[in-house]
Ligand binder design. Structure first.
Ligand SMILES: Cc1cc2nc3c(=O)[nH]c(=O)nc-3n(C[C@H](O)[C@H](O)[C@H](O)COP(=O)(O)OP(=O)(O)OC[C@H]3O[C@@H](n4cnc5c(N)ncnc54)[C@H](O)[C@@H]3O)c2cc1C
Ligand SMILES: *[C@@H]1O[C@H](CO)[C@@H](O)[C@H](O)[C@H]1NC(C)=O
Ligand SMILES: *[C@@H]1O[C@H](CO)[C@@H](O)[C@H](O)[C@H]1NC(C)=O
Ligand SMILES: *[C@@H]1O[C@H](CO)[C@@H](O)[C@H](O)[C@H]1NC(C)=O
Ligand SMILES: *[C@@H]1O[C@H](CO)[C@@H](O)[C@H](O)[C@H]1NC(C)=O
Ligand SMILES: *[C@@H]1O[C@H](CO)[C@@H](O)[C@H](O)[C@H]1NC(C)=O
Ligand SMILES: *[C@@H]1O[C@H](CO)[C@@H](O)[C@H](O)[C@H]1NC(C)=O
Length: 533
């Protein structure tokens, strides 16, 4: 934890230093005084000065899209106004929190996306610039166990996340030395490619297929995790017990179904953190700092072609015209009507229907008897699962993960520092509803409060070679085309950065970053594309 924060701080000061070193004439050369845009059709012209961009959805993707556009406004005097439409009453989308007992006196708990990691440079940078404090997972108390529905196969001491487990597995006879070490190497190699997406010469992509080619990841997306790891000599037992625990807790999918890229992302959990008070605050800041106008509780029901150059966004109450529109929500659940020639471009995309059960309990551990331990013994408090027992004819686990997240805390207020209560916060992910009876039995009649939330959480992610289009038409873009490749908060901010680049280049002869670097070596260590140019 401390290590990550320190390296982020060092990286930050270097990149600031770099900005000051830039000769001014380089900046001037690329500054646009008068952005170019195609002549707008007569209908729009009177109502659309300066030109307008609509963003649909205020989750990680939409909020960061607004933020990236504002960078172009700052840097190149791009003259546009941005409207963000959000059908719910909050910013953050699948990243949102709940207060235990629905009482704001308690610190909120993540109900959707919780963790981002060290290599997630946009979110890490946002945390630093927006001065948020972080909550680390690597050092949570309690044991981690892997449950197959009938027995706990394996436990590790004091492990809050799979990342800390992975680092210990090297020493485990159960899996031998080779598989854990080799898996770590494969993930490291994947991440080395991934981090080029923050470099000055980051790939820019007109399609996800093109990005995949640039990263040379075809062998990851065309095979299941099981196939890929087997081809690399990882033992089947390691893949189905350990790697699958990761794919199940992160994507609710098994190793023999999910593509290998997403399986690897599930394991790339080093330095997992959350923003204290809620990750959604990053997205709120993105929108605030962008200066965009946000319409909450406003569902977009249609996007219509106004002309070759413009679009009409239709809500229940009104219609407004825009030069460009960014769809930053999964299309099929957005219920937006597109012109027929465009809607057929987006292939059907099933999402996992996930049940999240958030609760507080006075039980320090789940019921040992449920997990096959003697009464009075101490079962793990982070329980991940494998489907392997069920594959061999045994009982499947009734949940995907069951994790203790420390004591419930009172929020800090004027008179009191943050104080722990005598209850724990527990989160359960499952494919089915978890009943009250089940909770009473597993937490031994000591359940304080329960909140159930159902999400269309992430795409179903089988191996594939094709993805939805990013650009649907001139001035119409689709951020969530990225999700069947990788689905996470950070990658949505990368997807939106790329979309904003395509959009601003096409419509305004502008972008977030118009500098070209002759020599990559001139760029400082902490450079993050989009933030530092
Ligand atoms: C339980 C759970 C756990 C997760 N865990 C993690 C994790 O630990 N780490 C991680 O990185 N990711 C995690 N994810 C995935 C992550 O949440 C998503 O990949 C990411 O937040 C998606 O962001 P988005 O902006 O693309 O979409 P969303 O967050 O879904 O935002 C889309 C927004 O568009 C709005 N919208 C939809 N249709 C319309 C319309 N017609 N008009 C107006 N507004 C509309 C929606 O209300 C929503 O706010 C998790 C997801 C879930 C559900
Ligand atoms: C686009 O912007 C560049 C500066 O970034 C400028 O040199 C060029 O002339 C512009 N093109 C048009 C068509 O305006
Ligand atoms: C939580 O409390 C708020 C007001 O305090 C109320 O509007 C809301 O419906 C409550 N939510 C739940 C899930 O009980
Ligand atoms: C950042 O946060 C810390 C503690 O929360 C506070 O002391 C400090 O003043 C803040 N700095 C800025 C620049 O907001
Ligand atoms: C499997 O599930 C059944 C039904 O829930 C249960 O009766 C049985 O004891 C379970 N078997 C094992 C080995 O856990
Ligand atoms: C691309 O990946 C393949 C493995 O799928 C590898 O054999 C090849 O060397 C890689 N190419 C480059 C240019 O890295
Ligand atoms: C501050 O928090 C404490 C608990 O930590 C609580 O007892 C107290 O009532 C709170 N005060 C206010 C003003 O909310």
């Amino acid at each position: 934890m401390l290590k990550i924060i320190l390296s982020a701080l060092i990286a930050g000061s270097l990149s600031r230093a770099f900005q000051f070193q830039l000769p001014l004439d380089i900046l001037d050369r690329f500054r646009l005084t008068k952005p170019e845009h195609p002549p707008p059709p007569p209908v729009v012209i009177s109502s659309s000065r300066p030109p307008r961009i609509a963003i649909i959805g205020a989750g990680a993707g939409g909020s960061s899209a607004a933020f990236w556009i504002s960078k172009a406004k700052e840097r190149y005097n791009l003259d546009v106004t941005v409207d963000v439409y959000e059908r719910s009453d909050y910013i953050g989308g699948r990243s949102t929190t709940a207060h235990p007992y629905n009482d704001t006196a308690y610190e909120p708990v993540e109900l959707g996306a919780s963790i981002f990691v060290g290599v997630n440079k946009n979110l890490q940078r946002a945390v630093k610039e927006f001065n948020f404090s972080l909550y680390g997972f690597d050092d949570e108390d309690g044991d981690l166990g892997i449950w197959d529905g009938e027995q706990v196969l394996y436990t590790a001491k004091g492990s809050g996340t799979l990342a800390s487990l992975l680092s210990k597995l090297k020493f485990l006879w159960r899996y031998g030395y080779r598989s854990p070490t080799k898996t770590q190497e494969l993930i490291r190699a994947m991440l080395d490619k991934y981090v080029t997406l923050y470099d000055p010469d980051t790939p820019k992509w007109a399609s996800i297929e093109a990005l995949n080619d640039a990263l040379n990841w075809t062998e990851f997306i065309t095979q299941t995790g099981a196939e890929y790891f087997q081809s690399r000599g990882i033992s089947e037992q390691y893949a189905t017990e350990i790697i699958e625990a990761g794919t199940r807790v992160n994507y609710a999918q098994n190793i023999d179904r999910i593509h290998a890229l997403e399986a690897m992302c599930s394991l790339a959990a080093d330095g997992g953190v959350s923003v204290r008070g809620g990750n959604w605050q990053i997205f709120e800041q993105f929108v605030k700092r962008s200066g965009a106008q946000v319409f909450l509780n406003t569902e977009v029901i249609g996007i219509k072609r106004l002309s070759d150059h413009a679009w009409t966004v239709v809500t229940e109450k009104e219609r407004r015209n825009y030069e460009a529109v960014v769809i930053a929500a999964p299309y099929h659940t957005s219920h937006i009507t597109l012109p027929a020639d465009l809607s057929t471009l987006i292939p059907p995309q099933p999402y996992v229907h996930l049940h999240v059960t958030l609760l507080t309990t006075a039980a320090a551990t789940p019921n040992p008897v449920y997990f096959g331990y003697k009464p009075g013994s101490r079962p793990p408090t982070t329980v991940l699962t494998t489907f392997n027992g069920a594959r061999e004819g045994g009982n499947a686990s009734e949940f995907l993960s069951l994790t203790y997240h420390g004591k419930t805390k009172f929020a800090k207020n004027e008179t009191h520092e943050r104080q722990e209560t005598d209850e724990w916060v527990v989160k359960i992910f499952s494919m089915e509803r978890i009943s009250d009876e089940w909770l009473s039995s597993v937490f031994q009649n000591q359940v304080g409060w329960v909140l159930r939330k159902e999400w269309n959480s992430y795409p179903v992610l089988p191996p594939t070679t094709s993805f939805p289009p990013i650009k649907l038409d001139s001035g119409l873009f689709y951020v969530n085309a990225f999700e069947p490749f990788i689905s996470a908060m950070e990658t949505e901010t990368l997807a939106s950065r790329n979309v904003v680049d395509l959009l601003l280049r096409e419509k305004f002869n502008s972008s977030i970053c118009l500098m070209e670097w002759e020599n990559k070596a001139d760029v400082s260590e902490g450079f993050v594309y989009g933030w530092d140019c």
